[in-house]
Ligand binder design. Sequence first.
Ligand code: AMP
Length: 436
Amino acid sequence: MGAGAIKGFNDIFPASPEPFLHSALWHRIFSISAEVMQSYGYMPAWFPVVEYTELFTRGLGTDTDVVSKEMYSFTDRGDRSLSLRPEGTASAVRAYIEHHLGRNEPRQKWYYHGPMFRAERPQKGRYRQFYQMGVECFGAKGPAADVEVLQMLQAICRALGIGPLRLRINTLGDKESRGAYLQALAGFLQQHQGGLCKACQVRTQANPLRALDCKEEGCRALMRGAPDILTSLSAASRTWFRQYEALLSRAHLTYERSPTLVRGLDYYTEAIFEAATDALGTQDAVFGGGRYDGLVELLGGPATPAVGFAAGLERLALLMASADAESGLAPDVALVAADAEGAADVLQMAQELRVLPIAPGQRSHRVLVEADATKLKQPLKRADRAGARYVLVVGENERQVRVGSLKRLSDGAQQQVPLSTVQMARAMADFVPETG
Ligand code: AMP
């Protein structure tokens, strides 16, 4: 056995020393984002984490970094080449085709959360197993779907309490536009071979688009003078993009057009985008996505327009961990039995509180039961550490008078309450500390 988890693979649990790996934070991201996505009419979907390697080589493109350098591929016992999924869209498209979903109702709106795997060099914000949430909208050709997806992205950030991200957009046009552009770009790269890094010299023939987002300083400077795809767009793609930009501004979405934005996968067409932050250092992209009108057909299905995005949950968690750590799942109250007989009372009260809402129409109480310690010190310490807002001890005295002392842990203030869960719930919602 190795010395621990594999580098680039994280444990997510309640007491993680890394604030962004606290499980309560992750739970919040999952549940809040799911609610937002549902409010846009998207339904949850789950797909396998392992697929035939060919799905990714065909779907994402063999020249992409993800496929050529970063896939976890292996041969199984049946001698088939399988890969851990590096992203979610290819599987969603495979499922869409396999279950003939386009036949009855091409319009499908799905969201997912799950682990992805890429053998990249681990660093802050970049891991080998990482989680993505994503959405896929099948069957809509017009740019309204693209704009709605961006509104959803913004709503997710707002709901998670993350400040606005910088939105960069670009277009890759349709097949015809892309063909014309690749020629223009390859010509430009050919003329400037001397100024290009080794990798981009190879890309000139193999995949000129990749040169546009090369990280080498020399290439970046050169690419500022590269031809702009806008000049190669077909009439249809030009109209589409114009409508898209008009809808973006009508929806008050602030963005910057970046002619060098190409994204790392081959399947994109028309509008693509990235939402980034200054708060994460070099791994600054949080959301990435765009339209992929050719992918369903490329993978053997009927021609189906589609658009989607994916966001890295570690990066969202990093942004949230700096804003507000975990509190989200802390118990509302800890009920502590001071003796063995108190245990029955405490268990009973906890059961009742767990079905009583904290306020009308809201969730019910979270209750931590501490009923097996011989001394009070330990359970009180644990209640404090768990972040409980209130604590109430039930011992012989409380049992006799049927009254206990509800203590607010943030400041130690107390209020006497009858040992009735309804009255306790009321006291917690509207706490009146005793004076004197
Ligand atoms: P992509 O699938 O490459 O378009 O990435 C979409 C989003 O997933 C990025 O903006 C990141 O937030 C996240 N992401 C991609 N690769 C990684 C990684 N290796 N580690 C953590 N997050 C990642």
